[in-house]
Design a protein around this ligand. Structure first.
Ligand code: ZN
Length: 319
């Protein structure tokens, strides 16, 4: 049977300043801004999508950035770290680059005695990790300010914090085709695909307070499903369980989505792989224009007037 869940699709967070967001993720980390649109549920704020060249599933980090948002607090019941995959010998390069832009980072560590990773936070204290590894066959993307040989390739995985990992582990293994791959102390690693782009680490620590939503906090994590058919099949599976109550399928323009809250409190989404960001822009132009869903086009003038323009300014972020 084909798998219904194939690793991560995207991760979505709240953030403050839209321009700082573009500077950090496109400028410093070198991700491509692949789509500039608005929050479909609150069209007066941006929805910015970053990824590799095409914004492939498993590379897409998205933000709802707006000035004045109250800062959240990382803690249990949340995705607390978003990990990106970088080439095996690029950690030194990245530490120099973080130094250059005055970003503090922790000393490199190895989880499960595997790849070395370095942890730091963005300007809203969102937890980010770069994981150096030789398993990732994806090409990565650079605007030119980062040598291609060091460029971020997409997600490595996520870390979820819980007071107790049991319920989240159960939903992932019993309903979402994940296996526990390795465990060490209070950290376990699960995956539907055992490769970068699919890892879900769960840390259990009853002493950590519960997290609070807000700026710098992941709002939800989306897992990838091939198409509408597999999404509906997966939704049926959840409905049979009764207690998970997935939403109806929602049209997110670049994918179709269902959402449900896992028992530990993290909002999960399952998003389809087969539409993508070239549905309303050419590959070369991705991210340049403000794109609106058809139903918001009549409001374009008012929406544009309410948004502060943002730009990708690469010159500022050369080595
Ligand atoms: Zn989403």
């Amino acid at each position: 049977m084909d798998k219904l869940i194939n690793g991560l699709h995207h991760i979505t967070s709240f953030a403050s300043s839209p321009q700082k967001n573009v500077d950090f993720y496109a400028g410093i980390l070198g991700l491509r801004l692949v789509k500039k649109t608005v929050n479909f549920d609150a069209p007066d704020i941006y929805h910015l999508y970053y990824g590799n060249e095409m914004g492939a599933p498993g590379t897409i980090l998205t933000f709802f950035p707006y000035d004045g948002i109250a800062k959240g607090r990382k803690g249990n019941g949340q995705v607390t770290v978003t990990s990106f995959s970088i080439p095996e010998n690029s950690l030194e390069y990245w530490m120099r680059r973080l130094d250059k832009f005055n970003i503090n980072y922790h000393k490199p560590v190895q989880h499960f005695n595997q790849e070395s990773s370095v942890y730091f936070e963005d300007y809203d204290s969102m937890g980010i990790e770069l994981v150096a590894n030789n398993k990732d066959k994806r090409p990565g993307f650079s605007y030119g300010q980062i040598p291609q040989e060091y460029a971020v390739k997409g997600f490595y995985g996520i870390t979820i914090a819980q007071s107790n990992a049991q319920a989240t582990t159960a939903i992932l293994t019993e309903e979402m085709e994940h296996k526990v791959i390795v465990e060490e102390g209070n950290r376990s690693r699960l995956a539907s695909l055992d490769q970068p782009g699919g890892y879900v680490d769960i840390i259990s620590d009853p002493k950590t307070p519960r997290g609070l939503g807000g700026g710098g906090i992941v709002h939800h994590v989306a897992f990838a499903t091939p198409n509408d058919g597999t999404q509906l099949e997966f939704r049926e599976r959840l409905l049979k369980k009764g207690y998970l109550q997935p939403t109806p399928v929602l049209d997110r323009q670049y994918f179709h989505s269902i959402y449900f809250r896992e028992p530990g409190g993290v909002l999960f989404e399952v998003a389809t792989n087969d539409i993508g960001f070239t549905i309303d822009e050419e590959k070369e132009q991705l991210g340049q224009e403000l794109k609106l869903p058809e139903w918001e086009e009549p409001n374009r003038k008012r929406i544009e007037e309410g948004l502060v323009p943002v730009e990708v300014n690469i010159e500022k972020f050369r080595d």
